[in-house]
Design a protein around this ligand. Structure first.
Ligand code: PLP
Length: 412
């Protein structure tokens, strides 16, 4: 049989999966043809790019100065095809025009803030957030003459009252770290729009599967891609996604600040994110089962999980989120030591900071994250001695429950 010759030479086609579901986006989002007809995205491991001759250099420079380099990249800090493929995939998952990949979640957060704010500007940040974000916003920005007000999560009056004429950005996590407070996106964006201020939400704990902040009118969504997006506890990366013009305004500064993602990490991220929908669906289900188990246990004082009716933001969570994720925080009936004993007896979750990977991880925030703070300082930040943050992997929920039950049995 003779086939038309074009069938043999046609490269894999570009796919624009608009309207497809999250699992399809996680596998195909931003798919483009590649010169090798490879099903997977090629890893372009290069620091720099050649030009055929000097005329090509000048043509590129002219095009660049006109604002459209036609996809030509000059140097590795200004772009990389593997990184671009990961950006396209993550943008598709967020329902965003475009995305930028960074070396870590903190690189994304700090670079975006540094790129957007002039000296004299001011930001408002909700509390119960990742402590390095708080540290950067309070200490580093102060040195640059940028002010920061921290307001209690869930107090929208305090958020609005903190706005000043020079306020440029409202920032919140959702769900927050470690109490899983859920931002009411409608109220948050309503305040910002009335005051003509940009918004950024760190949705690391939610993933685009559980909420897409851009669909609620948020300007920029940021993730530590080191967590659920990569999903295997094997890399650090960060991403910011949003409207094309806003992301374009951040791309130039990224080439100056240099907090770029590495092509090998981008490849691992592209591989890891393919199973995002499967993993998050599993983690949503395990999270709910384990939160319910813990809430019913006599040795547990309190559980924070947005899918529980007892959570302060339950009403917002069930209205705005599709699932509640794989992080469950709880306090043990007992003090610092009793809580450490519980953690030490767990067999499956490993003692390690981070979340969103295939392996379950557990920490006592008072000792892991806030060790250098005094008990009074910890208390002022709401960090209880008997608090445990359990970040579920993809193990069987029943095995994790059995493990928790045996560890709790010896807590006194
Ligand atoms: C909510 C949140 N945002 C940002 C970060 C920082 O991300 P990375 O560790 O990738 O720099 C973390 C890290 O734990 C986090 O939990």
């Amino acid at each position: 049989m003779t086939y038309p010759s074009t069938t043999l030479v046609t490269p894999p086609t570009e796919l624009k999966p608009n309207g497809f579901g999250p699992s399809t986006q996680a596998v195909h989002g931003g798919r483009r043809a590649n010169p090798y007809r490879a099903v997977t995205e090629p890893i372009v491991q290069t620091a720099t790019y050649t030009f055929a001759n000097t005329a090509a250099v000048c043509a590129y420079k002219d095009a660049y100065l006109m604002g459209d380099a036609g996809g030509i990249i000059e140097y590795g800090r200004y772009g990389n095809p593997t990184v671009a493929a990961a950006e396209a995939r993550l943008a598709a998952l967020e329902g965003a025009d475009d995305a930028l990949l960074y070396a870590s979640g903190m690189a994304a957060i700090t670079s975006v803030i540094l790129s957007m704010l002039p000296t004299g500007a001011h930001i408002v940040l909700t509390d119960d957030c990742y402590r390095r974000t708080r540290e950067f916003s309070l200490k580093f920005l102060k040195r640059l003459g940028i002010g920061c007000s921290i307001v209690p999560m869930g107090d929208y009056q305090a958020l609005e009252d903190a706005i000043r004429p020079e306020t440029r950005l409202l920032i919140s996590e959702s769900p927050t770290n470690p109490y899983l407070r859920v931002l009411d996106m409608e109220r948050f964006t309503d305040i910002a729009h009335r005051h003509k201020i940009k918004t950024m939400v760190d949705a690391t704990f939610a993933t685009p599967l559980n909420i897409q902040p851009l669909a609620w009118g948020v300007d920029l969504v940021v993730h530590s891609a080191s967590k659920y997006l990569a999903g295997h506890n094997d890399l650090l990366a960060g991403v910011v996604a949003g409207e094309a013009g806003l992301i374009a305004s951040l791309r130039g500064p990224l080439g100056v600040l240099g907090a770029i993602a590495d092509p090998n990490n981008a490849n691992l991220l592209l591989r890891g994110v393919k199973t995002l929908a499967l993993r998050v669906e599993h983690q949503n289900q395990s999270g709910m089962k384990i939160a319910q188990f813990l809430e019913a246990h006599p040795k547990i004082e309190q559980v924070w999980y947005p899918g529980l009716a007892s959570h302060p933001d339950y009403a917002t969570a069930i209205q705005q989120m599709k699932g509640f994720g794989g992080v469950v925080s709880f306090t043990v009936r007992g003090g610092l030591e009793a809580t450490s004993h519980l953690i030490d007896r767990l067999q499956i979750p490993q003692i390690a900071t981070s979340l969103g990977g295939t392996e379950s991880l557990v920490i006592q925030p008072a000792l892991m994250t806030y060790y250098e703070y005094s008990p009074e300082e910890r208390a002022s930040m709401g960090i209880r001695d008997n608090l445990v943050r359990l970040a579920l992997g993809i193990e069987d929920a029943q095995d994790l429950i059995t493990d928790l039950a045996q560890a709790l049995a010896v807590v006194s």
